[in-house]
Structure formats: C-alpha cells, structure tokens
Design a protein around this ligand. Sequence first.
Ligand code: SAH
Length: 330
Amino acid sequence: MEGGIRVFELYSGIGGMHFALKKVGISFEVIASVDINPAAQHVYKSNFPSTTYWEKNIEGLKAPDLDKLNIDLLVMSPPCQPFTRIGLQKDILDPRTRSFLHLLKIFEQMTNPPDYILLENVKGFETSKTHEIMCKTLKALQYSWQEFLLSPKQLGIPNSRLRYFFLAKRRPKCWDQTWHSQDKIIECPSSMDKECGENASNIVPLPSTTATIGQYLEESEVISELRLPPNVAKRYLPVMDLVTKDSNGSMCFTKSYGKYVEGTGSILNMAGDNEELDLRYFSPREIANLMGFPKEFHFPDNVTNNQKNKLLGNSLNVEVVSYLLSILLT
Ligand code: SAH
C-alpha cells in the first residue's frame, strides 16, 4: 500500500486509535477523523493538527463520501452506553446506536468497503442485537473476524479496563484458518500464543510481569490539587479502591472520576506502611499514562480536570489497541 495504510477514524474522541496506530510502527495516514463532540475535537486537533477533521454527525455520512476516501482500515469506538452491563441495555432502541446502524446500512451500499475493520466497545456488546446485525451485515460483505475480550492487565499494565474488540478482514484478505475458529471470543492472550503454534509470528510477545503503579506516576504533579478533601476521604473510605505505588493493579478509570468516588477509579494512598492514610486522586496525566498514551499526548491549556477525566474515561487503552492492530495488520 503506497503511502501507507489509509485509515478512517470514526467516533475519534481524543484520538486513542490514532495513537495506537502510531505505536504499531507501520506506515499509515489517517485520511479523516470524525466526532460530533467539540471538547473531544479541541483535544484531538491540538494533538493531530494536520489530520482532516469532520465535526459532524455520523448519521449524515453517505456511501459515496466513504467510497471516495479509498479506506483500507476503518477504526471506531461507537458509543458504549447502550450496551454497558450496569446500564439499561437498550441496545438497538437507544438513540445513541442509531449512527452505528446507519453506518452498517451505508456499508451495504459502498462499492469499495475497507479491507480491515477494528471496533472497540464494552463487554456486553458481544451479546447485543446490534452485534448480531453487525455480524450479519459484514458476513454478507465477505468479512471474516476474530473477537476479543481483553484488559490491559493481561498485557502487564496495572489497570483494569475490560473491553470487547472486533477485528475483521475482507476477502481476499483472510485469517489463517489454523489460528482461531470464528465465533469464539478470545479472552486470554497467552492462550493465543499456544494455539497459534507455528503461526505465532504476528503475535507480540507478552510481558511476564505486571508493572507497578509507581512507574506511571508523575513526580511533578501539584499534589495539593489532587488530595481528597478530608470530609470526602472520611465519608467514602469504605467504598474506595485504594492502591499504593507498589500495587500491581488499579480500577478502570471512568468518565466520572474526580466527581464521584465510588466505582469510578482507584485512589492513591501516598502514605508508607504504618503511617496515617494520605489520599489523592490520580491526575489526568497519570491516568493517560496507565491508558498507554505516549508522552507527546497533551491536553490544551484551557481544559479542566473534570473534562480531561471525562474524555479519558470514554477513551481506550492505547497499548491494547496497538497490540490488536499488529495482529490485524501484520
Ligand atoms: N475512542 C475514542 C472515544 C470514543 S467515545 C477515544 O479514544 O477518545 C465515543 C465518541 O463518539 C464520543 O467522543 C462521541 O462524541 C462520539 N459520537 C457519538 N455519537 C456520534 C455521532 N452520531 N456522530 C459523531 N460522533 C459521535
């Protein structure tokens, strides 16, 4: 593919997919990136100023628009709220699913559908009606796929973020049939090494140990701004997930981190053994580190911590996606 793989990035948020592509080390070009949210756009454009950005509703896209782009790889994270296990699971009836169903419709009308697709969503998507429609549509268009349920923890990163991933190739591109049977969700990368046998060459080796939280912390953070107010610390202590710099894990950081304490992400105890608790939030930069965002990733100046946490909470683990992209593309 001359000039690199042509990538179309939908529901691009702050560009987790774009950073993951950079990490794979292949030659690629994001030909266009689409998201309707101005806050996400602000961050995306600051990080990727030269990428063509469409701030528009995906429901308005048409098949000829996409055909013209000559897409090799489509990456996307459609809204996950309709499928979360703690949500209402309204699935196809949720208005937030509309744009994805629209996309599947225009896929059927395209003369030049992409060779590769990578989709990210929450656990719960794989049992949805939307998933069923997606598979039916893509099967008719000669795609074959592999599905994964993976958490960064499995790649040695001390953070949980279990997500569903769908990797598809369009004929004549196909999966090595000796690898995995379609319709089996892969939940354990180490079992892939085994099952791959002599075809293991495209599987990135997994680390044998998990890193500690300390490796993701930033020395220069202004701690006073991150400390939990004493009344909050006291009141919510029983429901907090406390970790230290030596911990090998942390909870998934959600978009409400910093606003609510319970179930939104871990709290860091900076005190040593036998000392009184000294609690603070992780900073957005530290959360970005745990989510695999590279050093060059940044937020523009005027974004508040709540906005940062919200955008990060909607984003993805860059390392996990880059691992999957290398399986899909190499
Ligand atoms: N993977 C992204 C985040 C995806 S979250 C990242 O790395 O940050 C889903 C995104 O889809 C949100 O940013 C939301 O603004 C966008 N979105 C939802 N519905 C949309 C629609 N109909 N058209 C365009 N963008 C939409």
